[in-house]
Design a protein around this ligand. Structure first.
Ligand SMILES: [Mg+2]
Length: 361
């Protein structure tokens, strides 16, 4: 069964938490002359952001600053050296990419299987539940909890790969299926669709868009796909809020931008944990304030947020796709281990070579 049929059956049975939209059948767009530097940037942006953040993940920004000052480089990792090493953000992104390259397309059960039976660093609650469900024998489309955490958003970008070569209009279908594998939640699936559509656009851009683009584009896509309307964010800026993620971003992020808040103050206002109502406003706001410079944006994400490895990974994902590998600071690339496990140094760079081959063929 192809992904389109799988998706339509899940939708009809009410088993996937997303709104049906014309975008699921969007006409094919060709991307023949894609600059591979941008695809490398997209993947390495995740690895670099994750590695810069994961040594101080989950610390409050003020406590982190007290202990480390402003972080601009890799800190000593769990092995005691100052190389950039991966956590779950990089691991799931690379495993998704690796499986897509093997299959030459996105096959949901194979990607789900690739997530199982591995040593994962900094595993989140939702993915843990997915792994337990899988072990109990639940199928790939039954094992993902309806969690609005950021765990599918951080790993979603490789889904564009087969579509760069041969887009049959199924990019949104693949994205929704790929999110639901671990996060079958309206805000989670819609956020993945928004991020993937954003990346699909920025790989064609030569310069940074206007700051407001990041917010408006994300909201435009979320509006198409969100179905759940009763989320409660932890933070209530200005007025009491219960509703969709797009409605929340429209209030919280727009207000912060109009008030010209710093990234730190804004991210502290809405908190900056793994809940999408915290992660997404942080990502968008950092892109709005510092999207013109890869290094500045990553440094703000690493220093000014709590779930800093994932927020930096997603910011790196988008800006890596916009600017390419060539705009990632050399010191961050040179000191990146390229690992996906404890000791497979250089593995990410190898997989990127195969990715280039795959796109050429
Ligand atoms: Mg992580």
């Amino acid at each position: 069964m192809n992904n389109k049929t799988i998706f339509e059956e899940l939708l009809k049975a009410g088993k996937i938490n997303v709104r049906n939209s014309a975008l699921f059948n969007a006409p094919a767009k060709s991307k023949d002359n894609i600059d591979f530097d941008k695809i490398e940037g997209m993947i390495l942006g995740v690895a670099v952001g994750d590695a810069l953040g994961n040594t101080t993940e989950s610390m409050q920004p003020a406590d982190r600053r007290l202990k480390h000052g402003e972080i601009t480089d890799y800190l000593a990792n769990r092995y005691g050296d100052k190389k950039g090493v991966p956590s779950d953000d990089t691991q799931f992104t690379v495993w998704t990419l690796e499986q897509i390259l093997k299959d030459k397309s996105y096959i949901p059960e194979n990607v789900a299987a690739a997530f199982n039976g591995k040593k994962i660093f900094g595993l989140g609650k939702t993915v843990k539940e997915f792994l337990i469900n899988s072990k109990k024998g639940k199928k790939w489309h039954e094992a993902g909890p309806d969690s609005a955490g950021n765990g599918s958003l951080m790993r979603i970008s490789p889904i564009i790969l087969p579509h760069l070569k041969n887009d049959e209009g199924n990019l949104c279908i693949d994205t929704a299926l790929c999110s639901m594998t671990t996060h079958n939640d309206s805000a989670a699936i819609a956020s993945c669709l928004a991020l993937v559509n954003l990346i699909w656009e920025v790989v064609d851009m030569k310069t940074a868009p206007e700051p407001i683009y990041w917010l408006d584009k994300f909201i435009e896509i979320l509006k198409e796909f969100e179905i759940r309307e009763d989320y409660n964010p932890r933070c209530i800026p200005n007025v009491g809020y219960r509703g969709t993620l797009w409605g929340y971003l429209d209030k919280a992020v727009r207000n912060a931008y109009n008030e010209n808040m710093s990234v730190l103050d804004a991210c502290n206002r809405w908190y900056s944990g793994e809940y999408l109502f915290e992660t997404v406003p942080c990502v968008i706001y950092i892109l709005m304030k510092h999207g013109d410079n890869f290094e500045d944006a990553i440094i703000r994400a690493v220093n000014d947020t709590k779930d800093n490895d994932t927020i930096a990974a997603i910011v790196g994902n988008v800006l890596g796709a916009l600017y390419g590998k060539s705009k990632i600071p050399e010191r961050w690339l040179n000191n990146l281990s390229g690992r996906t496990t404890d000791s497979d140094d250089g593995k990410i760079f190898e997989i990127l070579k195969s990715t280039e081959e795959f796109l050429k063929k």
